[in-house]
Design a protein around this ligand. Structure first.
Ligand code: NAD
Ligand code: MG
Length: 383
């Protein structure tokens, strides 16, 4: 019998890679739900090809287009946030692949968790904002959260066979270092949108590509790892590894270090989350270490990339601080992508927003959403 999968954010980079994996694993998977933000044309193409039970577009403006383009298919077409939540929770999926970018992924992902669906999690912002709420809900409903983020998928695999969290000495997340690893800080004010969108090893959506250039992506991943693996921040380290061959490591208390390696293709972690605990054949490019030749490692430059410390700081403070960090980052990245602010303002805006924050709200879902809202307004105002 085939496994039923719903894909939230199916028109994005991860969404498209997931659909490729689905096609390769046919007939083991059946798509029951798909969602997109505004790209009705691509979503309609997917609906015609995969014939899910339901598909939803966030922006109501594109609902008539999507309806028209999917005429004659058996798929029920929905829109708005309720539509996305319905795809996540009501499409009859066994597994929900969460690949919306940003805080917009939280509500649908949480709805799927509350329904006891297993989650293949790419949308790290959900875990950063609401790690406690999400992990608590998963424990209650019995939903498994399987990491898709390549580093966390690596850690997840390196942890297999470990009998107790006490055996972990350290989680070591690798980072490519982004396009500005070797650029002198004095040139940072001149960085353009195009420079920042040019990632050396991965092809991804624009938001995460900018996060990789500021190293905030690694900061968010530290918080993601903290919640996913229930590990204190003191035991999560970052090492720069420009080849992106080792996807992350776990160091055990006896001095053994386990690493997971592979080519830079997100289809590998996506497929593992889909087939877990089994492994399926995949025609991805094979790793040829002799051809790679050398693997390099260095410490991250925390002065050049202040986002790393901002993330550790917010993570350690806990409560609603990570939600504020995430929201301020989303706004700052959006403003940089709109050519409103220079690259160097991104960490300053996040830092100023965090400094101004007085946590009046607690870590409930409502409190998190209010903190997110406050941080967005604040980060939009800072010039
Ligand atoms: P993307 O921009 O390519 O795609 C985002 C998807 O979300 C699209 O389908 C879009 O329609 C949808 N979307 C965007 N805004 C939305 C909104 N407000 N409401 C509802 N839907 C919305 O992004 P991506 O690179 O595929 O990344 C998706 C998530 O996966 C991010 O959280 C990212 O950090 C994470 N991730 C991506 C990669 C990668 O290789 N691309 C790797 C690891 C983790
Ligand atoms: Mg990653």
């Amino acid at each position: 019998m085939s496994k039923k999968i719903a894909i939230l954010g199916s028109t994005g980079s991860i969404g498209l890679s997931t659909l490729k994996v689905v096609q390769k694993l046919k007939p083991a998977f059946q798509v029951t739900g798909l969602t997109a933000y505004r790209n009705a044309k691509e979503l309609a193409r997917q609906v015609r090809l995969f014939r899910p039970k339901v598909a939803a577009i966030l922006d109501w403006k594109f609902f008539p287009d999507l309806k028209a383009l999917t005429k004659g298919t058996p798929t029920q077409i929905l829109a708005g946030e309720e539509g996305l939540v319905a795809v996540a929770a009501e499409s009859g999926a066994d597994l929900v692949l969460s690949a919306i970018v940003g805080a917009a992924g939280l509500k649908p992902t949480l709805a799927a968790i509350q329904k006891g669906k297993d989650i293949a999690l790419a949308n790290k912002e959900t875990m950063v904002m609401a790690g406690e709420v999400v992990t608590r809900a998963a424990r209650k409903s019995g939903s498994k959260i399987l990491p898709v983020d390549s580093e966390h998928c690596a850690v997840f695999q390196c942890l297999a066979g470990s009998s107790s969290p006490k055996e972990i000495h350290k989680i070591i997340l690798t980072a490519s270092g982004g396009p500005f690893r070797n650029l002198d800080k004095k040139h940072f004010p001149k960085i353009t949108r195009k420079d920042a969108l040019n990632h050396p090893t991965w092809r991804m959506g624009p938001k995460i590509t900018i996060d990789s250039a500021t190293l905030m992506n690694k900061g968010l991943e530290v918080i993601e790892a903290h919640f996913l693996f229930n590990t204190p921040f003191e035991k999560i380290d970052i090492v720069i590894h420009p080849e992106s061959i080792i996807h992350s490591m776990v160091e055990y208390i006896d001095g053994s270090v386990l690493a997971q390696l592979g080519t830079t293709d997100m289809q590998i972690p996506i497929q593992y989350a889909m087939t877990y605990p089994a492994r399926g054949n995949s025609p991805v490019e094979r790793l040829d270490l002799a051809q790679v030749g050398r693997l390099q490692f260095e410490k991250p430059d925390r002065k050049k990339f202040p986002c790393v410390d901002l993330a550790y700081e917010a993570g350690k403070k806990g409560g609603t601080y990570p939600a504020v960090l995430n929201a301020a980052n989303e706004v700052a990245v959006g403003r940089f992508l709109n050519d409103e602010i220079p690259f160097t303002r991104i960490p300053t805006i996040i830092s100023n927003t965090l400094r101004k924050y007085r946590p009046l709200t607690n870590g409930t879902l409502d409190g998190i959403l209010r903190a997110d809202h406050w941080a967005r307004q604040e980060a939009s105002k800072i010039s």
